[in-house]
Design a protein around this ligand. Structure first.
Ligand code: C2O
Length: 575
């Protein structure tokens, strides 16, 4: 009897552990989310123009990915189109999974026609909204969609649970083929043709010709809270957004919670995501409300000055015919309202609580200072160019206009084959001092190269990005792959460490992956280089990236096994 009891206990324990072991993922609430993305063409009609666009699974905008914090996501991408394709999971930290990040020729060679690649990564320490998009040429014009990151199972939001959650993705529509638009611009050296419309979830809305049936409608109930997951997937434009007679409470940006604050209008730059709470009126009013987005533009170039709109409609039992209701329209800031932009971005603060701390690096190993802005390349002989003074448009970081390699940087690094691909000698400062924001110099030419900024593992970095006025001061939304950073300061004119550093916020600065460098000003960010790999950084105005406003960081492995980048997956595409 004693014998059998003793022996049965370990057996029961063993069986119990076996079950627990098998379902460990379910026990702690994590799961693997599997998606199949077929890249194929589809005909889409907007503004009475039908064109063939590159899509995922025939959908425009693309399908949404839903995951919980801690989940593994596997997206198998099959390329059925002529174009080379890669996809990027914008804002996903990709901790030690740099092979899944996606920028073409940076972390991977493109997926060629008839080939596939499985992006495999875990979402850790992030909750909110991010998005995915193509990361080669201008294919992201039509290849994009939301990534919804829910908190871990049983963990509430740090705000009242919304009644409903609605993704709202802003995009940009061209009647012409966008690959032709950018190729023509790069050939002539001039600015690309501007878009024909902005869109909300792929729909331009009633303010464009031949478009009223393509209008996004948000049907709401009175007295409820809605969580709008707003994404700016437009190519070249920062956007103001507002809903008539309603207030928006910003609660999360770039998948990091912020201290909630109210505003009638939000500013959102390409690459950024903003979660806002919308409280509907307690009693269903007999009215319809327009919501609208239009650009915040500071540069000298031409841009699409149009407005996309959608409708907020209350579902009341008594109002059957919405068409007869009065329509209220929002007032948006003027197109170049930098003072609004500054006030808005200054309101963004990390929660900085015990549960959601702001781990701002307090001591800095590397102080870096990068100028960002436009410039020009000489016009090739026997050609006439349409850029400034007969040159070609270019753009640079510390006067280096980044040249894309023909093989992927991460592979070159990992296999010790960097020779002739890149040099780890990106300048830590501008090579020549000039009054960056004053009267522009006569010489606007940029240098060229494939230069990387190398960092030892765990380096704490402070980077000041300084706009230049070389071809006109302009706001640049800079995006860093593989990291979030803290925005510790911003200002106008030339950055002056002796004055400006004293005003840095090292307590509750906003943490994000894309930040606007103010026009004619600077922004200071801090981050810890704790994720080994090659990480792209670029202006998320796609035309500026095309012109060379991009560079890459090389973060070396640390000493410990869990501080090293694992080998690439077997199906990593070849160039
Ligand atoms: Cu959302 Cu490198 O981009």
């Amino acid at each position: 009897m004693a014998f059998s009891l003793l022996s049965s206990i370990p057996l029961a324990l063993f069986t119990f552990m076996l079950i627990v072991g098998l379902s460990k993922a379910q026990q702690i609430g994590t799961a693997t989310r599997h998606y199949k993305f077929h890249i194929r063409r589809a005909n889409v009609t907007r503004l009475c123009h039908t064109k063939s666009i590159v899509t995922v699974n025939g959908q425009y905008p693309g399908p949404k990915i839903v995951a919980r914090e801690g989940d593994r996501v596997i997206v198998e991408v099959f390329n059925h189109v002529k174009d080379n394709v890669t996809l990027h999971w914008h804002g996903v930290r990709q901790l030690r999974s740099g092979w899944a990040d996606g920028p073409a020729y940076v972390t991977q060679c493109p997926i060629q026609t008839g080939r596939s690649y499985a992006y495999n990564f875990t979402i850790a320490g992030q909750r909110g909204t991010l998005w995915w998009h193509a990361h080669i040429s201008w294919l992201r014009a039509t290849l994009y969609g939301p990534i919804i990151i829910l908190p871990k199972l049983g963990v509430p939001y740090p705000f009242a649970k919304p009644y409903k959650e609605v993704p709202m993705v802003f995009g940009e529509w061209w009647n012409a083929d966008t690959e032709a638009v950018i190729n023509q611009a790069l050939n002539t050296g001039g600015g690309p043709n501007v878009s024909d419309a902005y869109t909300i979830n792929g729909l331009p809305g009633p303010l464009y010709n031949c478009s009223s049936k393509d209008t996004f409608k948000l049907k709401v109930k009175p007295g409820k809270t809605y969580l709008l997951r707003i994404i700016n997937a437009a190519l070249n434009d920062e956007l103001f957004f507002s809903i008539a007679n309603h207030t928006l409470t910003t609660v999360d940006v770039d998948a990091v919670y912020v201290k909630p604050f109210d505003s009638d209008t939000i500013l959102i730059s390409p690459g950024q995501t903003t979660n806002v709470l919308l409280r509907t009126k307690p009693v269903g009013p007999s009215a319809t409300y327009l919501m609208a987005a239009r650009p915040y533009a500071t540069g000298q170039g031409t841009f699409d000055n149009s407005t996309t709109a959608g409708l907020l409609e209350y579902q009341n039992d008594h109002n059957k015919s919405i068409k007869k209701l009065p329509l209220f329209k929002p007032t948006l800031p003027s197109i170049n309202d930098t003072s609004f932009a500054t006030k808005f971005t200054n309101k963004l603060r990390s929660l900085a609580t015990e549960k959601f701390p702001a781990n701002v690096p307090q001591s800095i190993d590397e102080h870096l200072y990068f100028t960002v802005g436009l410039g020009s390349n000489p016009c090739p002989k026997n050609q006439t160019c349409q850029g400034p003074n007969g040159t070609k448009f270019a753009a640079s970081v510390n006067n280096v206009s980044f040249t894309m390699p023909t093989t992927a940087l991460l592979q070159a690094h990992y296999f010790g084959q960097s020779n002739g691909v890149y040099r780890p000698d990106f300048p830590v400062n501008p090579l020549h001092y000039f009054n960056y924001t004053g009267t522009p110099p006569n010489n606007t030419l940029v240098g060229k190269g494939t230069k990387l900024m190398a960092l030892r593992f765990n380096t704490s970095v402070e980077l000041v990005m300084q706009d230049t006025s070389i071809l006109g001061a302009e706001s640049h939304p800079l995006h860093l792959h593989g990291y979030n950073f803290f925005v510790v300061g911003q200002g106008f004119g030339n950055y002056d460490p002796s004055k400006d550093q004293a005003h840095f916020n090292l307590v509750d600065p906003v943490e994000r992956n894309t930040v606007g460098v103010p026009p004619g000003g600077w922004v200071a960010i801090r981050f810890r280089a704790d994720n080994p790999g090659v990480w792209f950084m670029h202006c998320h105005l796609e035309v500026h990236t095309s012109w060379g406003l991009k560079m890459a960081w090389l973060v070396l492995d640390g000493e410990l096994p869990n501080q090293k980048l694992p080998p690439p997956p077997a199906d990593l595409p070849k160039c």
